[in-house]
Ligand binder design. Structure first.
Ligand code: NAP
Ligand code: ZN
Ligand code: ZN
Length: 349
């Protein structure tokens, strides 16, 4: 066992506070990582406050983990002490079901183990996430990050990056396609960067007029204030694909109406309260699809990290000390972050 320190929530209404716990002793296949940075995902907040129900307390959130390998088990082949290493939303799965065999561990049919708030196969206890100074993970679920990427900005790629990259790739967003990204938060700003890098005409939908200039700098060809019906109407029936990253319940119909025939809107935002049902006519008249997507598998996460290394893509981050996490949550709720908080774990020492 290794002593670890982190920040945990002890109830849905309590602020996060310092928490001492133990990480398992690395087994033969394990990599022990000293965490340098951890991104702050809106899912951390949903979980800390039990908005999705099912949170087991205390919970240590954090699944955008970037660090340095401290020790490796005797049969680890892909990592050595001193390497840069990263961990995302998953730390294990059954590895044998059809989805795992296809490299889609996020859709594992039996034993998916999330980085926090899941049952750890090794200890039978709850998994604790990246708001901490160290983590021990099976090497099959540890990712490699190129040294040319800024580590504070690379951390959020492990969730915000893969969650937007995966659906953009799945629905073939690229040259000759028109793609919309709804919401310029942690996920949304990565969606804009990827859609632009993949060569698609990229339109950002926002409720925050003050973000328009940033959106263009990040790669949007145009920006639409989604609460303005006239601006929305200009794009009616024109999109091949829309990626909706909004973290709150809202009316989907105005966006569905912007899809062309056979277009798809994919939801990745996971709000506490359901969206109002979409109008069936918005779907049937143009054979449109409404879809969803969950993070991405390990193979695709590595592909995304390599794509980022090649294109020099990282998240735009505001680095904070661990002690500022509760303030960061309140600011995230007000859409007041450009565009991801990244916790500097040196602040825990
Ligand atoms: P975030 O940084 O808070 O960004 C969400 C954005 O949504 C905000 O910046 C804002 O953009 C927009 N927004 C917020 N409230 C809104 C409202 N009431 N109406 C319209 N727009 C609103 O959150 P995030 O970390 O990107 O996460 C977004 C959502 O994705 C969360 O629900 C999270 O749990 C979920 N998520 C899902 C997956 C998955 O695998 N599917 C993975 C990670 C996260 P504007 O200011 O530009 O309007
Ligand atoms: Zn996340
Ligand atoms: Zn499986």
């Amino acid at each position: 066992m290794t002593k670890a320190v982190g920040y945990a929530a002890h109830s849905a209404t309590a602020p996060l506070e310092p928490f001492h716990f133990e990480r398992r002793e690395p087994g033969p296949r394990d990599v022990e990582i000293e965490i340098l940075y951890c991104g702050v995902c809106h899912s951390d907040l949903h979980t800390a406050r039990n908005e999705w129900k099912g949170t087991v307390y205390p919970v240590v959130p954090g699944h955008e983990i970037l660090g340095r390998v401290r020790r490796v088990g005797s049969s680890v082949t892909k990592f050595a002490a001193g390497d840069t290493a990263a961990v995302g939303c998953l730390v294990d799965s059954c590895r044998t079901c059809p989805d795992c065999r296809e490299g889609l561990e996020q859709y594992c049919q039996t034993e998916m183990v999330f980085t926090y708030n899941s049952t750890d196969k090794h200890t039978g206890k709850m998994t604790y996430g990246g708001y901490s100074n160290a983590i021990v993970v099976d090497e099959d679920f540890v990712l490699k990050v190129a040294s040319n990427l800024d580590p504070a900005g690379a951390a959020p790629l492990l969730c915000a990056g893969i969650t937007t990259y995966s659906p953009l790739r799945h629905w073939n967003v690229g040259k000759g396609k028109k793609a919309g990204i709804v919401g310029l938060g942690g996920l949304g700003h990565m969606g804009v960067k990827f859609s632009h890098a993949l060569g698609a005409e990229t339109v950002l939908f926002t409720t925050s007029p003050g973000k328009a200039e940033d959106a263009r700098r990040l790669g949007a060809d145009s920006v639409v204030i989604s609460k303005n019906p006239n601006e929305m109407a200009r794009h009616f029936g024109s999109f091949d694909f829309i990626l909706n990253t909004v973290a709150a319940s809202h009316d989907l119909d105005p966006f569905l109406g912007l899809l062309r025939r056979d277009g798809t809107m994919c939801l990745v935002g996971a709000p506490e309260h359901p969206h109002p049902s979409p109008a069936v006519f918005q779907l049937i008249f143009k054979r449109r699809s409404l879809a969803g997507s969950l993070i991405g598998g390990i193979r695709e996460t590595q592909e995304m990290l390599d794509f980022c290394a090649e294109h020099g893509i990282v998240s735009d981050v505001e680095v904070i000390p661990m002690q500022k996490i509760n303030e960061a949550y309140e600011r995230m709720l007000k859409s007041d972050v450009k565009y991801r908080f990244s916790i500097d774990m040196a602040s825990l020492k």
